[in-house]
Design a protein around this ligand. Sequence first.
Ligand SMILES: [Cu+2]
Length: 329
Amino acid sequence: MGRAERGGDHRGVGRSTWGRAAKLGALALLVIPLTTGCSVDEVLRFGWPVGVTPQAEQMRHLWTSAAVAALVVGVITWGAMFWAIIFHRKRKGGDDVPPRQTQYNLPVEIVFTVIPTIIVAVLFGFTVNVQNFVEKDDPDPAQTIDITGFQWNWDFAYPGSTAPNGQPVHTLGTSETIPLLVLPTGEKIKFVQRSNDVIHSFFVPEFLFKRDVFPDPEVNDQDNTWQVDSIDKEGAFVGRCAELCGSYHSQMNFEVRAISPQLFDRWMTLRKQVNPATGVGYTAGEALAAMNCGQLCTPQAYTTYPFTTDRTQRSASEPPVALPATAGS
Ligand SMILES: [Cu+2]
């Protein structure tokens, strides 16, 4: 079969094959979202978890844009591959003359070097932009939280506030009580981290952000502060230590309790007062319970459980036999 005949055959095969491929592709595009029950938002998320801060949402936009750009490049590349595989395969009865060779074509080589370089540069530019947004520190945040990590729990202090004992209001986690990090929604919050012993990592999955907690951050030249512009959703969000820090690393959990600024102000007012029932300052849990605002005011964590120090216990996430009835510290 000569080249001219192959060309004719090529066009014939092309029309029907491409037509079938296009129909199948359109069908797949229709069937996938319909059968999986995914919304457009979920599809465009490409598996990215739902965050609760503007920082998390910015990272999601970067992820969606990068995934769409990668898919466009992928479709072009797959198209070129399958076009070559289908229309330029060796045919039965064909001559054994190799097709026209096009290597060392300088313009093509230049185009194929410049295009990926531009793609990488654009991705890099957008990534730097989002990173700068996530890492920017406002000089005047509405709230500041001092985080102290230690083997194997957390202490959260609210500098500038004074508890009845004269110390800043703070919430200390123990083996019996998951520490509740109570925060207001809709406000800029600054976190300042430090460890008392080894390196930990402060991680709230819903913030889609974690940062290592270093001992002596100044000596270790660590940027130990970061901020969220706001928490856009009320609720309880589990927090974890994300740096292997010893025996009970996996159980070094806490809970962020995001409540409205009005509730937060009431909570903070209570924490500065003596609880008549105990004769000492309100704990985080007692102050929540006193506000009685429903599930959001549950005095204990409900996204995670206190850990048992029994070394024969083998499950990290199993709740203890009975949850402690007392409010958190
Ligand atoms: Cu840790």
